[in-house]
Design a protein around this ligand. Sequence first.
Ligand code: FAD
Length: 439
Amino acid sequence: MAPQVKVAIIGGGPAGLGVAIELARLPFVDWHLYEKKPVISEYSSGLTIQRNTWRMLEHLGAAKHLHKSDFFRPANGHITQHRDGRTGDLILAAETKGSTTTAPHHQPCRAHRAILQLALLKEVDQSRVHVGHKLIRVEELPSKRIRLIFETGLSDEVDLLIGADGLRSPVRDFAFPEHSMSYTGATAYRALVRTSDALEVNGMLPEVIFWHGTDSKWVYTCPLGGNTFEITCRIIEGKDAEGDEQRLRASWGREASVPEFLAKYAEFCPPVQQLLQLVTSVQQYDFFAGPRLESVVARSSVALVGDASHPLSGAFGAGAGFALEDAFTLAGSLVWAFGGKSSADGHVRSRIDAALCLYDKVRSPHYADLYGILDGYGEAEQLVAAQALPPSGEIRARIESVWDPKHNWIYYYEVESTLARAIQEAEDGRGQLRFEARL
Ligand SMILES: Cc1cc2nc3c(=O)[nH]c(=O)nc-3n(C[C@H](O)[C@H](O)[C@H](O)COP(=O)(O)OP(=O)(O)OC[C@H]3O[C@@H](n4cnc5c(N)ncnc54)[C@H](O)[C@@H]3O)c2cc1C
């Protein structure tokens, strides 16, 4: 009989809900989830459910709660169009997020974020979910257990703390106090309009389209499920000076002025302008990011999952999938350490240590690869900017050099086989796990 392990999950986004579903399947885990919001909820606009995300949703039992009317799946297999946003000309129609070998029910689709959240929530044992509890302090006890203190006065003491608390993770602040986040200089404006209104605009299509402008601006348009149409617009506003302005930036949605928003996209062609005129309310998202963490685990008792583990600011449009892959790997690592052939002794601490090291061995290299791709994007952007091309040349050069489908492997990545290989290597004595070096 494996010993009991007490676990706290902080955060009820895709990562936290994914971990909650996984841990409920492990009889040796006594888990509780704490969320600061008064209800488990999701706002903002759309997201892509990628191929790897679908696979994880099936594994979690949540895919069955997603119905065809809940999402938009382009008939062409999610071919993303890249257009010159000033002229409307099609530059590239890239099969960026689908493949001919992908099963039809795994083809990517766009949905409102709340749809994914609800599908996951339906599989969670809600008697263990505690909303309205904001984590404000974390302490490591001499026993190496972790004490959590919430704003409500509630406290808890656990063997394992799982930070699923998003991009601005307080758990990460505790685990890696030297790590810091800052505004990247890029901002997104996100709005929803009715699909029926959007498709009345001459030239607007029921497709997934990036309309590119100069200086790395773009407008992204596509239907979501139902009668909802997404508009997301990016602009590079540049880094703020140190001080007040930096503090005013908000990473997760605040109301912005519609006229000021519209003025930023004045260079775009008539279909885009007319679409933007339908917007009555717009949310501003300032992109925050931080350097890659060397490890997604700390202190032999903390694991980071989802955005907390890789502060990438939504890059790649697959963060929910990454979060569910983290949940899968962490649960698989616990199963191995508590019931498999790990070399950990029978103590809870030693087994948690083994699980965290395996989790880190699988996920840290993955995130290192993703950061590497982003560095490549940055270099490509700089090369385009350095050429000082006329607008149409600049837009074409950026599409051709930055939007390269060679990175599509991200969406076909199979975390199951990577975990199985890591376990095999650990058991064969190959691929030394970090904890074995530490013990
Ligand atoms: C513009 C944009 C577009 C994106 N597009 C896509 C896409 O197309 N496809 C995709 O898969 N992903 C996309 N993403 C990324 C995706 O949104 C994230 O990766 C995903 O939401 C991460 O889930 P999470 O659970 O890690 O974090 P979150 O969803 O941020 O959840 C964290 C939770 O922790 C809670 N919390 C925070 N602090 C505390 C505290 N102190 N105490 C208690 N609770 C706390 C929060 O309230 C929140 O509920 C996009 C992101 C952005 C910004």
